[in-house]
Design a binder for this molecule. Structure first.
Ligand code: GDP
Length: 366
């Protein structure tokens, strides 16, 4: 080992001591690799043989450093977002750090979760408006489902047209499906699999995955920026898994009178405070129980039934926090990361969620 054996994937010095550091390979595997002349570190080995990207963590310093490097490069930015959680997908300051000359292609992932009948052009326009509010004016918005991509070739074609000879940086917060997407791209390009390498962003401890493109440029996967999922703070992993949508959401519509309440499991609550009798539509995981009751007894009802009739409930018992909204146009009341309820103009409502989970209003998506 002291002779300075290097991984032929990423060039790291091989070591057998610390599996969290670069160049690690268990001793047994190292012995085998030396005899077979295939000297890959464990991370490159997994990438090569299982198309598996192992996540790396990100400190603020590393992140700032990385962003700076992108703004200094001529590149196409592929910004992956989750259509089910557009606000939670936002990378603050993205337009600033990508540099004003670098175009941004937005890949809106997980469209399989939205109702199939949804008009796709309308959705794209809606996304453009939401992104504009974040200061982002994408050159294009591409809808996809990384778990079952039917239009991967279209996406790769679009990337190729837009990048115009430049490198491609893929960015996104954790959990939007960026790794799933990259793994699909790698799979669809099995011929080049052997050429995929990992290296570091200069001056950081961050790995980048480089997928060579035909003209010698690269598609570069950047580490997922960790945005602690707010719901993840208040739920156990098992409950979180239960509460998040896995399949196409079946919208649930209610004709509500004022002074009625709907509990979303034990996690959130919606009050119709005042206004004319209205239809509201809820978009949540299909198995998540919605329970309608009277506003007047709702506080007591929650106290009695949270964790019983109303599940899942926060793992630490806590009161829900109230956020009131007067609705002036067709809007969604969004329970961050959990789902939303669409409401018509002219009524007054409240959304309640555990402390630390934001409730906000946006123009209706659907
Ligand atoms: P990353 O942190 O951005 O790399 O996200 P992952 O690729 O690890 O995906 C996060 C979660 O979202 C996983 O449970 C994936 O199975 C799921 N996921 C990824 N893409 C899709 C998609 O297109 N549709 C659905 N329904 N789930 C997805």
């Amino acid at each position: 080992l002291n002779e300075g054996l290097r991984c032929i994937g990423c060039g790291a010095l091989m070591q057998v001591e610390d599996k969290n550091k670069v160049g690690y390979l268990p001793m047994s595997a190292l012995k085998k690799s030396i005899s077979s002349e295939e000297l890959f570190c464990q991370r490159c080995f997994r990438l090569r043989h299982y198309n598996e990207i192992q996540p790396v963590e990100l400190t603020d310093d590393d992140f700032a450093n990385l962003l700076h490097q992108i703004s200094d490069t001529k590149a196409l930015i592929v910004y992956v977002i989750d259509v089910f959680d557009v606000t939670g997908s936002a990378i603050s300051g993205l337009p600033r750090f990508v540099g004003k000359d670098n175009p941004i292609l937005v890949v809106a992932n997980k469209v399989d979760l939205l109702p199939k009948l949804l008009n796709k052009n309308r959705l794209k326009n809606w996304l453009r408006a939401e992104l504009k509010a974040q200061g982002i004016q994408p050159v294009d918005v591409f809808l996809t489902s990384a778990t079952r991509p039917k239009n991967l070739d279209d996406l790769l074609g679009t990337i190729d047209d837009l990048r115009d000879g430049r490198d491609v940086f893929v960015v996104g917060v954790t959990n939007v499906g960026k790794s799933t997407l990259i793994n699909q791209i790698i799979k669809s390009r099995t011929g080049i699999q052997n050429l995929i390498t990992t290296s570091r962003f200069p001056g950081t401890t961050l790995d980048r995955i480089e997928i060579p493109l035909e003209d010698g440029q690269q598609l570069i996967d950047t580490p997922g920026i960790i945005k602690r999922d707010q719901m993840a703070h208040v739920l156990t992993d098992k409950d979180l898994k239960f509460a998040l949508p896995k399949n196409e959401i079946k919208p649930r519509t209610y004709q509500l009178n004022p002074e009625q309440t709907i509990f979303i499991g034990g996690l959130a609550r919606f009050d119709f405070i005042s206004g004319a009798r209205s239809a509201i539509t809820a978009y949540f995981e299909n198995n998540l129980n919605l329970h309608r009751t009277k506003l007047i007894g709702a506080d007591d009802f929650y106290e009695q039934h949270a964790g019983g009739l109303l599940v899942p409930a926060p793992s630490q018992p806590q009161n829900l926090i109230k956020h009131e909204f007067s609705i002036t146009e067709d809007s969604d009341i969004v329970f961050s990361g959990l789902g939303w309820i669409s409401v018509p103009a002219g009524i007054k409502v409240a959304g309640w969620a555990p402390k630390g989970v934001s409730v906000l209003i946006r123009k209706a998506m659907i």
